[in-house]
Structures are given as C-alpha cells and as structure tokens.
Unconditional design. Structure first.
Lengths: 79, 722
C-alpha cells in the first residue's frame, strides 16, 4: 500500500517508491541519497505543522509538506 | 607575491557541516586570506601551507552535496574543482554520514582530479560503535582515505603526506568503476563527441565525467559558458530517454549510490549511528512549547546584545572619534584642510568602525547558532511563517537583526543558500526599523506630542509602537512584492539538513567573525569613507565670502562692546552658530534643500528639514546634528531642548508652523521607509556584487517613503488634522 511521505505517520518506517517533485528538487533529493528503495522515517513535524523532519541514510533532513507530498513511499512492517 | 612560481593549488571540498572549514583552519593555522571570486559574491578563502618538499595554496570551497550545478555560483565551485590550476582535492567526508559524503568524493574521482579523502570525526563515529575499514575503502576508491579528527588536529600529518604523494606522479591505482546501465552508456557515447569538440584534448575518462555532469546539470539552469551544441545534444538525448520512460538523473545518481552502498557494505557495519543526546536535545528544542520558549529567549538574547550590549562599545568608538577630531582640530590650522580631516576623513573612518561591535557580535552569535546546529532548527521552526511571504526560514535571523542595524543584518543573509532568496531578504530588511531611526522618532515625538496622551497611553508611546509595527508589516509586504515582481522565480525550497548538535570551537567562531569584519572594513568601508567625504563637501562648499565678512564684522562689534566677558562669550558662540547655519544654507546641500522644497512641501517638510534629510544620508542620526546646525543651535542631540523649541517655533513662509503632529508623523514615516543610509547601500553593493541592487533599493524605498508621507500628510489635512 503506497502513500505519500507527507501522509506518513511520525515514526513509521517506510521505503521510498518514487520522487516526483520538480526536477531541480528531485535531483537534489536524489543526490542527497533519497532514491527508490531508500529507507526513510518521519522524525517530527515542526510546531506550526510544516516543514517535517526525516531520518534517512544516517542523517536528518527537513523539507516542506508540499515536496513531501510528491514523494511516494511504501510503509514497512514494524517488527 | 611572485606569480611565476605560484604554488600548486589544492582545494578542500565537502558537504555542508562536515567540518571542512575546521580542517581548513587546522591545516592553515588560521592564517587565511579572504578574497572574492570575480563576478560573483562567493568568498575565496585560501592559505599557503608548507608540505615537506613544497608549498601549496590551500583553497576552501563552499560546502556542496554534489558537483551538479544550476547557477553560476555553483558552477564556479565546480569549475574550480575539476579544471583550471587545481592539482588535487581534499574531499572531507564525515564518518557518520559516509554514503552521502562519498557521493561527492566519487564524482571528484570520476572527474579525474587526484583526490585525498579525509574521513572526519572518526572519534565520534567510533564512540557510536561505527568501525570503518579505511584501508579497504582506499583500495575500492583508488585514492587514499585518511581518518582525521579536525577539531583535535589528529591525522593531519598523515593527510598531508598522502596529499604530497597525490601531487607527485600519477599512481595508476585502479579507479572505481560504477556500473551505469547500458542505455545510459549509449547516451554518454552519443554526447562525448560533442563535448570533445567543446573541450579538445580532454582525456576519454574525463569526457565521460563531463557528459554525466551535463546530463545532470543542464536544462532549466542559468549556467554560463556552455555551448549551444552541447545544450541541444543533451536536450535531444533527454527527450528521447523520457519518451522511453527513462529518467537520466535517476539512472546516473542511483548507479553511483549502488556502487557506494556496495562499497560501504564492504568496509563497515551499516547502522544508524545517531548520537542519542542529539535526539534528546531536539525533543526539547523543537517541542511546540519548550522549543518556542528557548527560541524566544535566544532571539531576545541576540536582539538585546545588538541593541544594548553593543552600545557601550559604540559609544566608546564615538568618543574616540570625537577625541581624534579634537586632536586634529588642535593641531591643524583652521580652514578647509582642518575641516576635511575633522569632518570628512576622521568622521568617515568613525562612520565605518562604529559598525564593528555589532558586526562582530552578530557574527559570533550566528556562527554559534550555525555551528552548533541550532540555526537549522530555528529555520525549521519558523519556516511556515517565512514561506507565506516567499522567504526562506533562514531569513528570520537577518530580519530580526535588522531591528538593530541593517548593515550586519545584510551581511547575515549569507547563511541563506540561494542567491535569489538572499537578494529578496537583503532588499526587504532595510525597512526594519533600525536603532538609528529611534533618535529621530524621539526628537519628533518630543517636539509634537510632548505631554499628550491617547487614552491611557502617552501619545509618544503609541507613535513609537505604531512605527515598529508598521515597519514589520511593510518589510514582510515588500519581501512578498519583490519576490513576485523584481525577483520572480520558484519560491525558496526548503531542503535543509539538520546536523547533529555540536559544541562550536571558539577559535573558529572568532576567526570567521573577524574575517567578516575585515571584509566589511575593506570593501564597504572604503565606499562609506568616500561618501562621508563627498557629503561633507556638499554641505561645506561653496563658502560664501559675504557671510564670512558679515559675521567677522559682527564679532568685531561684540568684542568692542563694554559687556562682561561671560556675556561676550555667549554672544560670540551665538554668532558662530548663526554663521554655520548661514554657510550651510548657502552650500550645495543647502541650495539643494531649497531646490527640493516644492517637492517636500506636500509631505509637510520645509527646506531646513530637507537639508537635514540630505545630511542624514551619512547616517540617520546625523539628521539631528544637521538640524542643529541648520537652526543655528550648534551641537544638538534628540533630547536637546533648544532644538525642540526651534522646531516648534519654525514657521513656513505663510506663517503656519512647520512641525505639527501631522507633519511629525509624516516625517517619522518618511524616515522609517526611506533608505537614508549610505552604509546600508555600501554593504548591499558588497554582498550583491553589483551597483544595480543598491540603486534599486534606494529608489524603491525613497519612492515608497515619499508616497506614504504624501498620503498621510495630504490625507490628514483633508480629514482636518494638522
């Protein structure tokens, strides 16, 4: 079941399925290591609801909901 | 320096927050030279470093995640790295974010430049249980990988030894071989001949690297110097690939990461080595309530330091300037030379160094916020608000600093990554009501609202509060408008790394603040000094012989009076003041004030205020001392009773008072909105790299100020006020 990164509940591990932001941003995210198959987790949401903070490839990255909504993810089973 | 035998150039590259600058300082011993790349506002920090057999020039390149470029600024760093005189690159990779750092290192190796990988922060990685087999990694990379701890200067000797080896004959070690998909290899093969025409003589391996770079960088870019043949070829190949449902960007990047993931899998145990305390700190600092409280305290601290903390230092500099002026006046004979030295040169130097305390303080603060990792959290927390007006979350600290002084605030926009976002911020923030506007509000309020009240509050307090509120609203509106009109383009994207919290090094904070200050003193300072001298000349020349003669006769008359000495002294001082007022009225500036009177009459000002406004261009607070001279009072400050009296007594030709509550409000609004500050213009010139932006800034703010004052004064009169 696919969902978008913006709709992923905080703490839920997921795997990136595709990145469909505008090319400039997609390219940047890919070069920072966000690729199809990469594991990702939403760590927290900013106090005013936007942006969100992710944990990916051993570092923390924040991006706005508008971009996160264009990243499709498949949630992983939590053990 | 002899240019014939310039030492080989070695660059230090790496991701943002990887400790690159720390390593640079550790290797250079802090003796760096900060220059500017031609044409763009990117600082070029370099230092000469001694190896065992030779010297090298070590250059610190701005932090980057990849060699892909979309703007001339990014291209510049890339060009510096892979072509020109660069003999080798030290690529700093943070051990805890190994894969992302190796992505940049891999691109560098592919481009053919000799690379030494400095694997930084090995100590914290090991504390987190992360073991990295650097020997195996060196083999895989075909380049030396040296573990270092830049903050403790560990591994420096090994790093320099490896570098010296890389500067020697080519080693011939096997290079990493990324497995790109066959379709992509076919596309590269199509592009390579086009690139070979653009860059004849390039080695085949490098041609492939340039082809990859072109595929990733070209399209929707603003790069210079790429020939149309290459652009067209890239465009055609990409269209064909897209038609087959392929994505070239994804193919290139994911092939590289596949190689990296495989390599990293061979050299270390993959896990998430996040320092546990960093996450714990974040739970507090990004908490809706606790986080907001800390945020408020920190911002208030900065604000208080810039506003009140810098005050004694500023006062000391002003006293020192005054002392030097008095010394010069005592040594030099009265005349034009004395005036030039006292009112032009020393005052001008004073006008420059008076900014030093605030610049140093703001950059120490911002350096601390940035290096500790907190600035990213501030941007994270406030981005929602800034996004609404088209600003980046990182614009918040510069905007807030604008309340104290626009000059350091404009310099602080450097923390914002994209040039366009930086420009919008530096063009809007001079509308924040800076501390130099306050004395003018106080003078006007004391003149026109003395003793009045609005409900429970004094009229002055209401006026001051309104000015500050208005300034915030106008600043945010201006940012939104500039973003939509003058600097259109995509809203700032917010893809920001949240680095783990670290304790910043005091030495590096100090070095960076000092370098910023030095750039200001040299680059903006010369402009400010020149403009101070120009303004002095405008307000001093031509000297009227008639006025001099008239007052000389007056002095003689007083000297010959039979009055007591004390009384004579008072009269003589009054003559001095009146002479200064008449000479000022006769000067170019004074004539200009008369000339613009028809234009400023509709906003409630007369020629004397006009002269004050001209003088205020040197610095807003000069408005008051200029008015003091115009009204023949001599030395004056905002609490000055005679000046207030003179303003209250001033009459237009038709006998109506100049200063009414309405014209007072008009004057305050004019000063709030007008760019009456050459230092701001000078620093915008420095930071934007062109005169175009300060000219635009001055024009739009002056038009805005005039229109607003006009609307308030004329509207107020229509409604029966004033």
């Amino acid at each position: 079941m696919k969902t978008s990164l913006a709709d992923l509940p905080v703490g839920q591990p997921a795997e990136i399925a595709s990145i469909d932001c505008e090319r400039r941003i997609s390219r940047r995210l890919m070069e920072m290591g966000l690729l199809p198959g990469t594991h990702v987790r939403v760590v927290r949401v900013a106090p005013l609801g936007d942006p969100i903070e992710l944990r990916v490839r051993n570092y923390s990255l924040s991006l706005r909901r508008a971009e996160a909504a264009q990243i499709a993810v498949s949630p992983e089973e939590t053990v | 320096m002899s240019s014939g035998a310039s030492p080989p150039q070695v660059l230090i590259a790496g991701n943002p927050n990887c400790g690159k600058s720390t390593l640079f300082n550790a290797l250079s011993g802090g003796s760096a030279h900060v220059g500017n790349y031609p044409g763009v506002t990117v600082d070029r920090t370099s230092a000469r470093v001694r190896l065992s057999a030779q010297d090298i020039e070590l250059v610190d390149v701005p932090g980057m995640y990849s060699l892909t470029a979309g703007s001339p600024e990014e291209q510049l760093a890339v060009n510096a790295l892979i072509e020109g005189d660069t003999r080798a690159v030290i690529c700093v990779v943070e051990a805890t974010t190994l894969q992302r750092g190796l992505y940049l290192a891999l691109q560098l190796v592919e481009s053919g430049v000799p690379v030494v990988v400095a694997l930084n922060m090995m100590d914290s990685a090991e504390r987190l249980g992360l073991r990295i087999d650097t020997e195996r990694l060196s083999q895989l990379f075909g380049s030396p990988v040296i573990p270092v701890v830049a903050t403790k200067r560990r591994g420096m000797d090994a790093l320099l030894a490896a570098l010296e080896k890389q500067l020697g004959p080519v080693s011939g070690a096997p290079q990493p071989n990324v497995a790109y998909p066959p379709e992509l290899e076919a596309d590269v093969a199509k592009l390579v001949p086009v690139i070979a025409q653009w860059r004849p003589g390039t080695a085949p391996r490098q041609l492939r690297a340039v082809a990859h770079w072109c595929f990733l960088s070209l399209g929707e870019d603003s790069l210079r110097d790429v020939p149309d043949t290459v652009r067209q070829a890239v465009h055609d190949i990409r269209e064909a690939a897209n038609a087959q449902g392929r994505n070239l960007d994804l193919e290139i990047v994911s092939s590289r990461y596949a190689w990296i993931d495989d390599a990293v899998g061979q050299v270390c145990s993959v896990q998430d080595p996040q320092p546990p305390w960093s996450e714990r700190i974040d739970r507090v600092l990004t908490h809706p309530i606790a986080g907001l409280a800390v945020f408020a305290v920190v911002m208030f601290g900065i604000f208080e330091a810039l506003f009140a903390g810098a005050e004694p230092l500023i006062a000391a500099i002003e006293r020192f300037t005054g002392f030097m002026q008095a010394q010069a006046a005592a040594i030099l004979p009265p005349g034009v030379l004395q005036d030039l030295v006292v009112e032009g040169i020393i005052a001008g130097v004073g006008n420059v160094i008076v900014f030093a305390p605030q610049i140093l303080m703001l950059f120490l603060f911002i350096g601390f916020l940035e290096d500790s990792g907190y600035l990213a959290r501030v941007a994270f927390g406030i981005d929602r608000v800034m996004k609404g007006v088209g600003l980046h979350g990182k614009a918040f600290v510069p905007l807030l600093s604008g309340f104290a002084c626009a000059v350091p605030a404009v310099m602080a926009t450097r923390t914002i990554e994209r040039r366009r976002d930086r420009l919008v911020t530096m063009l809007a923030l001079p509308l924040m009501s800076c501390s130099a506007r306050l004395p003018i509000y106080i003078l006007v309020v004391g003149t026109v609202f003395a003793g009045q009240s609005v409900g429970w509050f004094s009229a002055g307090a209401v006026a001051l509060f309104s000015m500050y509120t208005l300034s915030v609203l106008v600043t945010l509106t201006a940012a939104a408008v500039i973003r939509r009109t003058v600097l259109p383009g995509p809203a700032p994207t917010f893809v920001l790394e949240m680095p783990p919290y670290r304790w910043p090094s005091a030495q590096i904070l100090w070095l960076n603040a000092w370098r910023r200050l030095r750039i200001f003193l040299v680059d903006a300072g010369t402009i400010i000094l020149a403009m101070t001298i120009l303004l002095w000349a405008l307000l001093s020349f031509p000297k009227s012989a008639d006025v001099t003669e008239h007052y000389a006769a007056e002095r003689v008359r007083v000297e010959q009076m039979g009055a007591p000495e004390a009384e004579k002294e008072v009269l003589l001082r009054a003559i001095d003041s009146h002479e200064a007022a008449d000479q000022l009225g006769n000067s170019f500036g004074g004539r200009f004030g008369h000339a613009i009177e028809p234009a400023i009459r509709p906003i409630g000002f007369d020629w004397q205020i006009g002269v004050g406004i001209i003088g205020a261009f040197a610095a807003r607070e000069v408005f008051i001392s200029t008015l003091g001279v115009v009204f023949g009072i001599g030395e004056a400050d905002e609490e000055n009773k005679p000046l207030r009296q003179a303003l209250q007594d001033a009459r237009h030709a038709d006998g109506t008072p100049v200063m009414t509550p309405l014209s007072g409000i008009s004057l305050m609004i004019f000063f709030l909105l007008a760019c009456q500050c050459m230092s701001t213009l000078a620093v915008v010139r420095r930071e934007s790299g062109s005169w175009k932006w300060p000219v635009f800034l001055f024009t739009y703010m002056t038009v805005l100020a005039y229109t607003a004052s006009f609307a308030v004064y004329q509207g107020g009169q229509l409604l029966g006020f004033g």
